[in-house]
Write a protein that binds this ligand. Structure first.
Ligand code: ZN
Length: 135
């Protein structure tokens, strides 16, 4: 996979970017979006709501990186009950409210509870988007 260097204003340094080719359906590439950009340096410095380089929600970049499995180190790993596979699994913490299940690749909404030196993770389902009947 190709990686490039790009300057990130949040990190104030150059970061490594990978472009993950999207799966091609029916032999036709989607011209509007020729790949999924993944920042390999996603981490504690990504405190803003949006990634300054790509304008994506920071958590989305974190989920992309976790899902891509391009980086196995640098994650804070906690154990929690996954909403996707209903097992207690090791989860990579994307931020304080999102955890990525390394078994089934579900992104769980979570709450971190710190007790002494250990972090505990409580998983809650992501609230469904509110819908209103058209009136
Ligand atoms: Zn899971």
């Amino acid at each position: 996979m190709d990686t490039h260097l790009a300057y990130c204003s949040a990190c104030d340094q150059e970061v490594r970017i990978a472009v993950k080719p999207l799966p091609v359906h029916g032999g036709q590439a989607n011209l509007a979006d020729d790949g999924e950009i993944v920042c390999l340096e996603f981490g504690e410095k990504c405190t803003g709501q949006f990634c300054p380089m790509f304008g994506l929600p920071s958590v989305m970049m974190g989920v992309r990186l976790a899902r891509s499995e391009l980086r196995s180190e640098g994650w804070k790993v906690v154990k929690g009950l996954c909403d996707g596979c209903n097992q207690v699994t090791e989860m990579q913490l994307i931020d304080r409210t999102h955890a990525f299940c390394t078994v089934c690749h579900t992104t769980n909404a979570c709450t971190i509870v710190t007790a002494g030196e250990d972090d505990y993770i409580l998983i809650g389902r992501a609230a469904p988007a509110p819908t209103r009947p058209a009136s």
